[in-house]
Design a protein around this ligand. Structure first.
Ligand code: CP3
Length: 369
């Protein structure tokens, strides 16, 4: 089943005052690398750079719930800008969450501190899923997202903003389980035990996340990243047969807008080719694959000829003595040379206890290489 062909066709091009169109970000190192080029400066940013590792983040978040803070445009914008100011990274990542579009569609979801996304109920039966997919995400509901992005890009100048969304499988794993889980058993049971229901569920999550991505791009994001954090729990056959079409459908919402896209998952060494194929079948002309810390970049480059790569400093090493971390970063960059282009990043998110000064030092090192 090719769900991508069912997706709404990508519409008009970007507005003339979009940062990618009016010249602000078109030649930024990140955008050049995602287009397959080798800019003079190695671009670097960090997944979860906006968040708990920064004291200025903890300060502004005091007393405000996670999802509430995402929906206050001035606050979301400020938090997005904090790591750009502090570290001099080559991109901002929009401060939001993969669960935000579900919340905006009226789904009962909260993010419990130290736990993660928790739903008002698990969505397990055909009836549960029918009730869920009756919810729609109206363009009006996305206004706080558009507003926060617009405020942010007005401050970022020539630094590109990356928009993002959760991939259909990762979102569906939370919906079916009702909360974070390790093996995503209930979701994997549904995809085989009730394939029609599964297909309804992932098509709906694809369109919800696609609308979220599109709103960010239209409001000024110069690239997007699709996070399929839990895809690594799937066999290659389940990924290609039951999930990949929905991920392509999500990306098809922005493919016609001409922004580059990054596709990232963890534990996905066996899925890298399939994840690249999703980008291609969605019609995303310029794209990169994000590699987690388990697969060395030179191996990934061999599996993905001609594809720009992003990654993959092991987050655990951020807490190691500097000479150890420095040697590791240099090794990652050396292996990344096997790809046509490389965006330096971590192999997963910044751990909350990370010393922010270490991140700044990694940026300085990357820019000196
Ligand atoms: O800096 C950035 O990367 C931008 C913002 C961002 C957040 N979440 C903010 C956040 C992004 C890109 C995400 C994506 C996200 N959210 C993913 C995919 C990436 C990944 O890590 O694999 C997933 C699976 C989620 C769902 C989610 N939200 C989890 C698992 C958690 C952690 C729960 C916890 O407390 O341990 C969240 C909460 C969350 N999202 C925080 C932040 C800064 C922490 C909130 C806090 O300050 O308490």
């Amino acid at each position: 089943m090719n769900l991508a062909t069912l997706a709404p066709s990508a519409g008009a091009a970007l507005p003339a005052d979009h940062p990618l169109v009016d010249g602000r970000t078109a030649t930024a190192p990140l955008i050049r690398a995602l287009r397959g080029d080798r800019p003079e400066r190695l671009p670097v940013w960090f997944m979860r750079q906006a968040g708990r590792s920064l004291p200025e983040y903890r300060e502004v978040r005091q007393g405000i719930g996670m999802l509430d803070s995402c929906l206050r445009p001035d606050l979301a914008s400020e938090i997005t800008l904090q790591p750009v100011r502090r570290h001099g990274v080559d991109a901002g990542i929009f401060f939001s969450d993969i669960m935000v579009p579900l919340k905006l569609a009226g789904v009962g979801v909260d993010i419990a501190p130290g736990v993660g996304p928790v739903m008002d109920q698990p969505y397990r039966t055909a009836d549960d899923v029918e009730r869920l997919v009756a919810a729609t995400l109206d363009d009006d509901a996305l206004a706080p997202v558009r507003e926060a992005v617009a405020l942010t890009v007005a401050e970022l100048g020539t630094t590109p903003l990356i928009g993002f969304g959760g991939a259909p499988f990762t979102l569906a794993a939370y919906l079916v389980e009702g909360r974070p889980s390790r093996d995503h058993l209930a979701a994997r049971t549904m995809m085989h035990g009730a394939p029609e229901t599964w297909s309804r569920l992932v098509s709906w999550t694809a369109d919800i996340t696609g609308a979220f991505l599109r709103a960010q791009v239209e409001a000024g994001a110069s690239a997007v990243q699709l996070f399929d954090s839990w895809a690594g729990s799937l066999s290659q056959a389940d990924y290609t047969g039951r999930v990949a079409g929905a991920s392509a459908r999500a990306l098809a919402h922005v493919a016609g807008l001409g922004v580059p896209a990054i596709h990232f998952g963890t534990g996905t060494g066996h899925l890298l080719g399939a994840m690249r194929d999703v980008l291609a079948s969605a019609g995303v002309a310029k794209h990169a694959v994000g590699v987690d810390y388990r697969t060395p970049l030179d191996e990934a480059a061999e599996a993905l000829p001609g594809v720009p790569l992003q990654g993959n400093v092991d987050p655990a090493l951020l807490a190691a003595p500097w000479p150890v971390l420095e040697a590791h970063v240099r090794d990652v960059v050396a292996r990344g040379a096997a790809a046509p282009a490389h965006v330096l990043n971590l192999g997963h998110g910044v751990p909350p206890e990370t010393d922010p000064a270490v991140l700044t030092r990694v940026v300085e090192l990357a820019h000196s290489l």
